[in-house]
Design a protein around this ligand. Structure first.
Ligand code: SF4
Ligand code: FES
Length: 250
C-alpha cells in the first residue's frame, strides 16, 4: 500500500505545532498502525530528520499508553481496539491519513503525538483504591459471596485501561466515562463500600480541578472506548455522588 500521512509535529509544549506531510510507499496491510509509524520513523531517521514522538508500551491493547487521534477519531476507525491493535487493512491503498494527538485542556501536548495524561493518575490517587488493613484478622476476599451480576459489572468497569480516548472523543473533553469506570469497579463490590463516599467525592473533585468538562450525554465516549465501557457507569457514579453529597457522615 501507498499512504500519505498528515502528522501533527510539535517540538515542545510551548511550540505552536503544525501538520507535516509524509509519504510511505511500502506499507503492508498486515502491519499494525504503530508498525506503520515505526516504518515512518525509520524513513525519517534515514533522511536525518527527527522521528515522530508517540506513546506506546504493551502494543497488546492492555496498557492504555497509545493515544493517537486518527482521521478524527481516537484510536482510529476500527471499533473496540486501541491504536496498537488497529491494522493497516482498515485503510485503502492511496489513502491520506490524518494523525494528531488527543486534544483536551486536561491533556496538554508534550511533543508531537505525546500528551500528558498524568491528570488521570492524580484522579486515581484521589480515591481509586481500597485500603487493606492487615490486622491478622483480614477476611479472604474470595470468601465473600458476591452476586454474579455485580461481579460481572465490576469486572466490565475494571476493564478500563485509562487511555483517555473518552476525553478525546468528547466535545466537552469530559473524563466522566473514565472516572465512572474507576468508581464503579469498587462501588459494586463489598470491598469498595468502606471508602465509597470519600472515593466518589474526592475523585470527582480532582476531575474538576484538572479542567475536564461536563458530561452532556452525547455518548461519543462510549462509541470510541476501546474497552466497551458503558455509559451506565456514569449514571452509577452520579447516583453514588448524590448519595455521598447528601450523607452527613462525610
Ligand atoms: S473509559 Fe474507555 S476510553 Fe476512557 S480511559 Fe477507560 S478504556 Fe479509555
Ligand atoms: S500500546 Fe498498550 S494499549 Fe496500545
Amino acid at each position: 500500500m501507498k499512504v500519505t500521512l498528515k502528522v501533527w509535529r510539535q517540538k515542545s509544549a510551548s511550540d505552536k505545532g503544525k501538520i507535516e506531510t509524509y509519504k510511505l510507499d511500502n506499507v503492508s496491510e498486515h502491519m499494525s498502525f504503530l508498525e506503520m509509524m515505526d516504518v515512518l520513523n525509520e524513513q525519517l531517521i534515514g533522511e536525518g530528520k527527527v522521528p515522530v514522538a508517540f506513546d506506546h508500551d504493551c502494543r497488546e491493547g492492555i496498557c492504555g499508553m497509545c493515544s493517537m487521534h486518527i482521521n478524527g477519531e481516537p484510536h482510529g476507525p476500527d471499533r473496540g481496539v486501541t491504536t496498537c491493535q488497529l491494522h493497516m487493512r482498515m485503510f485503502n491503498d492511496g489513502d491520506t491519513i490524518y494523525i494528531e494527538p488527543f486534544r483536551a485542556k486536561g491533556f496538554p501536548v508534550i511533543k508531537d503525538l505525546v500528551v500528558d495524561r498524568t491528570a488521570f493518575d492524580r484522579i486515581q490517587h484521589a480515591g481509586g483504591f481500597v485500603s487493606v488493613p492487615t490486622s491478622g484478622n483480614t477476611q479472604d476476599a474470595n470468601a465473600i459471596p458476591i452476586p454474579k451480576p455485580d461481579a460481572d459489572k465490576a469486572f466490565d468497569a475494571a476493564a478500563c485501561i485509562g487511555c483517555g480516548a473518552c476525553v478525546a472523543a468528547c466535545k466537552n473533553a469530559s473524563a466522566m466515562l473514565f472516572v465512572s469506570a474507576k468508581v464503579s469497579q469498587f462501588s459494586l463490590l463489598p470491598q469498595g463500600k468502606v471508602e465509597a463516599k470519600r472515593r466518589v467525592l474526592h475523585m470527582v473533585e480532582q476531575m474538576d480541578k484538572e479542567g475536564f468538562g461536563n458530561c452532556s450525554n452525547t455518548g461519543a465516549c462510549e462509541v470510541e472506548c476501546p474497552k466497551g465501557i458503558s455509559l451506565e457507569n456514569i449514571a452509577r457514579m452520579n447516583r453514588e455522588y448524590l448519595k455521598a453529597s447528601l450523607s452527613s457522615s462525610e
